[in-house]
Design a protein around this ligand. Structure first.
Ligand code: HEC
Ligand code: HEC
Ligand code: HEC
Ligand code: HEC
Ligand code: HEC
Ligand code: HEC
Length: 456
C-alpha cells in the first residue's frame, strides 16, 4: 500500500477536521462552563453600587438580603414600608418608636427588642442609595456551597445544578457526535466518487480488502478517535468548570468543610470571645494568624460540652484532644502524650501572590472592623469568604474611604503638612480642606490607587 495516497490524504483530513472540531467544542464548553461558574447576580447601576458599599459599611454586620442575621432580611423591605418610613427608621429608629409609630414598635418587638444603631450621620441621599441598592438587589448565582443554605451546604461540586449542566453537556455531545458521523458518511461518498469507485456497482472485494473490512468492523478507527475525543472533551470541560469555579473565579461564599466543626457563631457570637484573642497577630503584622491547638486547650481542657452528648465528651472536642495527644482519663502528669500535631485548617481567603495586603495597616492604621471586610463572622457557624477579594473591591473602598488624618498618629506627618499649607492656595495640600474648613483626605488621594502599593 503506497504510503501517501490521495485517499489516505482525504481520510486524514477528514480525521483532522474532526479532531479540530472536537477540540473546538471542548473549548466552547470550557468557556460556557466558566460562564456558569462565575455568573454574578444582575449588575448594579452606579447608584446601586454606591448604595451597596454604604450598605456593606453600615448595615451588613446585622442585615443580609435573604437571611435573618441580627436584623430581619431586607430583600423587598421597600414593598412592605414606604420610603418616608424607611428614611425615618434608618436615621433614628428610637425616635420613630418613641413617636408611637405602630410598625416601628411591632418590628422592634418581633425581633426580640434588639436595638438597631442610629444613623444620624447618613444623609437622606445616602439612605436613598442604600434603599436603591435593596431594590436592585438580586440573589447571586451560587457557585460553591454557601453557608446558611442547608440544602446546598455540603453538596459542593456535585450539586444538582452541576448535574443539570452535565446532562445538558452530554446531550450536546451526542448531537455533535451524530453530526460528525453524518459528515463522515458524506465525505466517504465524496472520496469514493473521486476515486472512481461506484457505490451502485460494487466490485468483487479482494482478499486484502476483505481482511481490512473485517478489521474495520472490529475497531472502527474514527469511532475510537471520536470516543477518545469525547472523553477528553468531557474531562477538559469538567476540569474547566472546577477550575473556573474554584481557582481563578470569584470565591465569594467559599466555605470549605473544616477538620473540626469550629463555629464562629458559638465562639465570637454567643460567648463574645474577642477576634484578637484567637487571631492574635492581626494588629501587629500583615497576616492574621489562625490559633494553635494550645489556644483551644486554654478553654477546652475544661469545656467538654458533655451535657449535649449524654455525659460523653463532645466528639468534636475529642478531635482537639487527639491533635494535642491528650488523654483526660489518664492520671495527672501523664495526660499529654509525645506526639501533638497541628490541626490542618483549610484556608478560606487567598489572594494571588502578586497582590499585597496588610492587616495591621487596615485594622490598626485605618481602624476598620473585621466585619467591614469579613462580614458578620459572629453569626457564621461555618466561616465563609464574604467579599469578592477582587481588585475592584479593594479599589472601591480606597476611592470612598476617608482617612482620619487628625486623630490617628499614623498620619501625623501628613496632618502637619496639610495644616502648614492651609492658606497656600497653590499647594496640593490646601485642596484637602472642605468649604467649612474641615480636612477631608480619601485613601485614594493619599496614593492608595497606585499599582505598586498593591502589586509586588
Ligand atoms: C446593630 C445591628 C444593626 C445595624 C448595624 C443595622 N440594623 Fe437595621 N435592624 C436591626 C434590628 C435588630 C432590626 C429589627 C428591629 C429592631 O429590633 O429594632 C432592624 C430593622 C431594620 C429595618 C426594618 C425592617 C422591617 O422589616 O421593617 C430596616 C429597613 C433596617 N433595619 C435597615 C437598616 C439599614 C439600612 C442599616 C444600615 C444603614 C441598618 N439597618 C443597620 C439591626 C441593625
Ligand atoms: C476561639 C477562637 C476564635 C475566635 C474568637 C475567632 N476566630 Fe476566626 N478562626 C478561628 C479558627 C480556629 C479558624 C480556622 C478554622 C475555620 O476556618 O473555621 C478561624 C478562621 C477565621 C477566618 C478565615 C481564615 C481563612 O482561612 O481565610 C476569618 C476571616 C476569621 N476567622 C475571622 C474572625 C473574626 C472576624 C472574629 C471575631 C468576630 C474571629 N475570627 C474570632 C478561631 C477563632
Ligand atoms: C475562650 C474559651 C474558648 C476557646 C479559646 C475555644 N473555645 Fe471552643 N468553645 C468554648 C465554649 C464556651 C463552647 C460551648 C460549649 C458548650 O456548648 O457547652 C465551645 C464550643 C466548641 C465546640 C462545639 C462543641 C460541641 O460539640 O458542641 C467546638 C468544636 C469547639 N469549641 C472548638 C474549638 C477550637 C477548635 C478551638 C481553638 C481554635 C476553640 N474551640 C477555642 C470556648 C472556647
Ligand atoms: C480591609 C479589609 C480587611 C479587614 C478590615 C480585615 N481583613 Fe482579614 N483578610 C482580608 C483579606 C483581603 C484577606 C486575604 C489575605 C491574603 O490572602 O493574603 C484576609 C484574611 C484573613 C485571615 C486568613 C489569614 C490571612 O491573614 O491571610 C484571617 C484569619 C483574617 N483575615 C482575620 C481578620 C480579623 C480577625 C480581622 C479584624 C481584627 C480582619 N481579618 C480584618 C481583609 C481584611
Ligand atoms: C473597607 C475599606 C478597604 C478595603 C476593602 C481595602 N482597603 Fe486598603 N486601605 C483602606 C484605607 C482607608 C487605607 C488608608 C490609605 C492611606 O493610608 O493612604 C488603605 C490602605 C491600603 C494600602 C496602603 C496604601 C498606602 O498609601 O500606603 C494598601 C497597600 C492597601 N490598602 C491594599 C489593599 C488591598 C490589596 C485590598 C484588597 C484585597 C484592600 N486594601 C482593601 C481601606 C480599604
Ligand atoms: C488597592 C490595591 C490594588 C491596586 C491599587 C491595584 N491592584 Fe491590581 N489587583 C489587586 C488585587 C487584590 C488583585 C487580585 C484580584 C483577583 O484575583 O481577582 C489584583 C489583580 C490584578 C491583575 C490580575 C488580573 C486580575 O484581575 O486578576 C492585574 C493585571 C492588575 N491587578 C493590574 C493592576 C494595575 C495595572 C494597577 C494600577 C493601575 C493595579 N492593578 C492597582 C489589587 C490592587
Amino acid at each position: 500500500m503506497p504510503f501517501f495516497s490521495h485517499k489516505l490524504m482525504v481520510r486524514n483530513r477528514n480525521n483532522y477536521n474532526m479532531q479540530v472540531k472536537s477540540l473546538f467544542v471542548a473549548f466552547l464548553l470550557i468557556l460556557s462552563l466558566n460562564m456558569f461558574a462565575q455568573a454574578p447576580g444582575k449588575p448594579l447601576s452606579a447608584e446601586g453600587i454606591k448604595g451597596e458599599s454604604l450598605f456593606k459599611l453600615n448595615c451588613a454586620s446585622c442585615h443580609a438580603m435573604n437571611a435573618k442575621l441580627v436584623g430581619p432580611a431586607l430583600q423587598d423591605v421597600h414593598l412592605r414600608r414606604s420610603e418616608d418610613w424607611l428614611l425615618k427608621w434608618i436615621k433614628n429608629n428610637e425616635k420613630l418608636r418613641a413617636s408611637g409609630d405602630k410598625d416601628a414598635i411591632a418590628v422592634y418587638n418581633e425581633n426580640g427588642k434588639a436595638a438597631m444603631n442610629i444613623f444620624e450621620n447618613l444623609s437622606d441621599d445616602q439612605i436613598k442609595s442604600i434603599i436603591g441598592y435593596i431594590k436592585e438587589w438580586t440573589p447571586p448565582v451560587k457557585v460553591g456551597p454557601v453557608v446558611g443554605d442547608p440544602a446546598e451546604a455540603d453538596s459542593g461540586f456535585f450539586s444538582s445544578s452541576t448535574l443539570y449542566i452535565l446532562l445538558f453537556l452530554i446531550v450536546i455531545l451526542m448531537v455533535v457526535l451524530l453530526i460528525l458521523r453524518r459528515t463522515k458518511g458524506q465525505l466517504q461518498t465524496t472520496v469514493n466518487e473521486v476515486d472512481g469507485i461506484s457505490v451502485i456497482e460494487p466490485t468483487e472485494p479482494t482478499a486484502a480488502q476483505k481482511r481490512n473490512a473485517e478489521l474495520k468492523k472490529r475497531s472502527n478507527p474514527t469511532i475510537v478517535k471520536l470516543s477518545i475525543g469525547t472523553v477528553v472533551a468531557l474531562s477538559l470541560a469538567l476540569y474547566g468548570y472546577k477550575f473556573g469555579a474554584t481557582e481563578i473565579g470569584v470565591q465569594q461564599g467559599y466555605a470549605p468543610e473544616q477538620p473540626i466543626n469550629f463555629s464562629h457563631k458559638i465562639h465570637a457570637g454567643e460567648y463574645k470571645i474577642d477576634c484578637k484573642y484567637c487571631h492574635s497577630t492581626v494588629e501587629k503584622s500583615k497576616q492574621a494568624s489562625v490559633p494553635s491547638v494550645n489556644t483551644c486547650m486554654n478553654c477546652h481542657k475544661g469545656v467538654q460540652a458533655r451535657e449535649k452528648y449524654n455525659g460523653e465528651i463532645s466528639p468534636e472536642i475529642k478531635k482537639i484532644y487527639a491533635a494535642m495527644d491528650y488523654d483526660p482519663d489518664k492520671p495527672n502528669g501523664q495526660q499529654f502524650g509525645a506526639n501533638p500535631k497541628p490541626i490542618k485548617w483549610i484556608r478560606v481567603h487567598n489572594l494571588p501572590d502578586h497582590a499585597y495586603f496588610n492587616h495591621s495597616m487596615h485594622v490598626k492604621g485605618v481602624g476598620l472592623t473585621c466585619q467591614t471586610c469579613h462580614g458578620p463572622v459572629q453569626a457564621m457557624p461555618v466561616i465563609q469568604q464574604y467579599a469578592t477579594l477582587q481588585m475592584g473591591w479593594c479599589i472601591n473602598c480606597h476611592r470612598e474611604r476617608n482617612i482620619d488624618v487628625e486623630n490617628n498618629p499614623y498620619y501625623e506627618k501628613l496632618h502637619a503638612k496639610i495644616k502648614a499649607e492651609k492658606d497656600n492656595k497653590s499647594s496640593n495640600y490646601s485642596k484637602y480642606y472642605t468649604k467649612d474648613g474641615k480636612i477631608n483626605v480619601s485613601a485614594a488621594q493619599n496614593g492608595a490607587l497606585e499599582c505598586s502599593k498593591c502589586h509586588y
